[in-house]
Design a binder for this molecule. Structure first.
Ligand code: ADP
Ligand code: 5GP
Length: 201
């Protein structure tokens, strides 16, 4: 059995990562979402344990001390981290995993694992990003502005990513991410065929 593939999705806040990932998960088999821990408060409609595991800063820091995160970072003044247990369990069972994490977290994962498929999601212009963030209205004006100014910095890491997914048409972006997943799975088959002693029998 092959190991699960890790798909890392990053991009500026409001670019559509959550929306895109949810859509792709609906139509893919053997693909799981890595539910992160965060100290940020839940937005309306977010479900604890499904979208995030919402914890206090004290709990989060305790988990850091216990080595429970494969990566963690401070993003927009809040802590976010990927639990190591879920990642290891899924990949050892051959389940592919999607991580929606920021550029700092992606860099930590890159330093720990040689494999992984890195995708950067963003709309075709900063204007669209601004409109989406203000339409989502999940942050107050100053928090939204801060996220936009951090977007410029996050985009500096774009060259470290394998794929850029332009999310203007959601359907096209979904097709694009689904294609990346299919391609990575096909590439993996190459390894399996090589090691399968019974292939020619
Ligand atoms: P992120 O997870 O990257 O912060 P979201 O998935 O929350 O972004 O998307 C930000 C806002 O943009 C949401 O209100 C979402 O409904 C909207 N959105 C996402 N993708 C598209 C798209 N392709 N076209 C129009 N609106 C979109
Ligand atoms: P939001 O608050 O909009 O849900 O997420 C803010 C940012 O935190 C996004 O860039 C998202 O990708 C990132 N993020 C979510 N979970 C994690 C995580 O576990 N680790 C890291 N490093 N970033 C995360």
């Amino acid at each position: 059995m092959r190991e699960g593939i890790i798909f890392i999705i990053s991009g500026p806040s409001g670019g559509g990562k959550t929306t895109l990932v949810k859509k792709v998960l609906e139509s893919s088999e053997n693909l799981m979402f890595s539910v992160s821990y965060t100290t940020r408060k839940p937005r309306g409609g977010e479900v604890d344990g499904k979208d995030y595991k919402f914890v206090s800063e004290k709990e989060f820091r305790k988990m850091i001390g216990e080595g429970k995160f494969v990566e963690y970072a401070e993003v927009h003044d809040q802590l976010y981290g990927t639990p190591v247990d879920l990642l290891e369990e899924a990949t050892s069972k051959g389940i592919d995993l999607i991580l929606d994490i920021d550029v700092q977290g992606a860099s930590q994962i890159r330093n720990k694992y040689d494999s992984g498929v890195y995708c950067f999601v963003l709309p075709s212009s900063f204007r669209i990003l601004k409109e989406r963030l203000s339409k989502r209205a999940s942050e107050n004006v100053s928090e939204a502005e801060r996220r936009l100014s951090e977007a410029r910095k996050e985009m500096e890491d774009i060259d470290y990513y394998d794929y850029i997914i332009i999310n203007d048409s959601l359907d096209e972006a979904v097709n694009c991410l689904a294609s990346v997943i299919t391609a990575a799975r096909c590439e993996n088959e190459k390894v399996l065929v090589r090691i399968d002693k019974d292939y020619f029998s």
